[in-house]
Design a binder for this molecule. Structure first.
Ligand code: ZN
Length: 190
């Protein structure tokens, strides 16, 4: 079911989120949340979506990038359903990312993200995974993970002057940013 996106200013996005008990991963309740995340993400063309964004304060997010029209420069990412994720940077090196968020309509801004992270999670069948993620893809996972900590990309903007509307991004910043993304992808492979 396509759910309403909770927007910045709604306290739900700032609450703490609970872990899913492992034995309840395949319960009807959790299955429904995952299905609603899948339906809502594809409807909105997000790169990812986290449970609090549809009003569910549990530690689940999904990421999927498949020639995304909202972010045409993003390398593809296979569907990942991440339950009870953990995330740790493995370098202090960062890159700048022009981020947007379904919960922050019509606004983008520059956030610095770690270029390499260690990421662990349970999938929808309860299998445990550990992955090393790099580059733009690592940035996407850091954005979604932040949602589970009650953070939005706007909290991480170091220069508020980098905030732009979607339209201004297309007009004034997209070209330079795409060149930057190409360099990040060339260096990190994603
Ligand atoms: Zn977001």
């Amino acid at each position: 079911m396509i759910r309403e996106i909770i927007e910045i200013g709604n306290p739900i996005l700032r609450k703490s989120n609970s872990d899913v008990e492992i034995e309840k991963i395949q319960s009807e309740y959790i299955k429904k949340i995952i299905q609603d995340l899948l339906d809502t993400r594809s409807h909105e063309n997000g790169a990812g979506i986290a449970a609090p964004q549809i009003g569910e304060n549990v530690n689940i997010f999904i990421v999927e990038v498949n020639d995304n029209p909202r972010y045409p420069y993003k390398p593809n990412i296979p569907l990942t359903i991440a339950i009870n994720p953990t995330l740790q940077e493995t370098t202090k090196e960062t890159f700048y990312n022009y981020e947007g968020c379904l919960s922050v309509p019509n606004l983008r801004g520059i956030v610095h993200r770690y270029t390499e992270i260690n990421f662990s999670y349970y999938d929808e069948l309860g299998n445990y995974h550990v992955k090393e993620l790099k580059g733009i893809t690592a940035g996407t996972f850091q954005h979604e993970f932040d949602h589970l900590k009650g953070l939005l990309f706007t909290d991480r903007i170091s220069d508020p002057k980098s905030l732009v509307t979607w339209n201004s991004f297309q007009k004034f910043h997209k070209e330079a940013f795409i060149e930057h993304v190409k360099k990040v992808v060339a260096k990190f492979g994603s």
